[in-house]
Design a protein around this ligand. Sequence first.
Ligand SMILES: CC(C)(COP(=O)(O)OP(=O)(O)OC[C@H]1O[C@@H](n2cnc3c(N)ncnc32)[C@H](O)[C@@H]1OP(=O)(O)O)[C@@H](O)C(=O)NCCC(=O)NCCS
Length: 147
Amino acid sequence: MDETDSEEIMKIREFKIDDYQTVRDLWRTAGLTLRPGDELEDVKLKLQRDPDLFLVAELEDMIVGSVIGGWDGRRGWIYHLAVKPEHQRKSIGAGLVREVEERLVAKGAKKVNAQVYKWNEKSSEFFKAIGYEAQPDLVMIGKQLRK
Ligand SMILES: CC(C)(COP(=O)(O)OP(=O)(O)OC[C@H]1O[C@@H](n2cnc3c(N)ncnc32)[C@H](O)[C@@H]1OP(=O)(O)O)[C@@H](O)C(=O)NCCC(=O)NCCS
């Protein structure tokens, strides 16, 4: 299937809780580092907040990609973007990000950020190709609030 074919039949829709296991498997297959916040009850919490920003991409009714968008009222965020390895480089990742960006703009966002591990060159190259810029003057800091 070439890129044009896959673009023609790719469907993007909102994540449903019944997709959880499939999407969790996709995260693992794509090599994402899963965190305590990726458990079913945490995903349910996310869906209470902005369910319209958690998207899946389907080819012939099979989930081949997913992304979680976040809107905190000031910034947009992109998390857990993943495309099945055998379907990468068919513009699916770019399509998912574009859709999240449009939905964020509709909510009022002026900027969107994503966090990429330093070792993840593939992801850095991807984000660079779709217009994102690294911010080497920033360091990510965080604190565990609860287990
Ligand atoms: C990053 C990822 C989501 C990209 O998804 P994708 O559907 O393959 O990306 P696209 O086909 O939309 O790529 C768009 C452009 O990004 C760039 N790009 C994508 N993958 C790339 C790679 N491995 N190396 C270099 N450039 C890449 C290319 O310019 C590409 O355009 P082209 O194929 O016409 O050359 C996918 O590689 C993935 O799931 N990786 C594992 C999980 C991950 O690291 N997620 C990001 C967490 S921050």
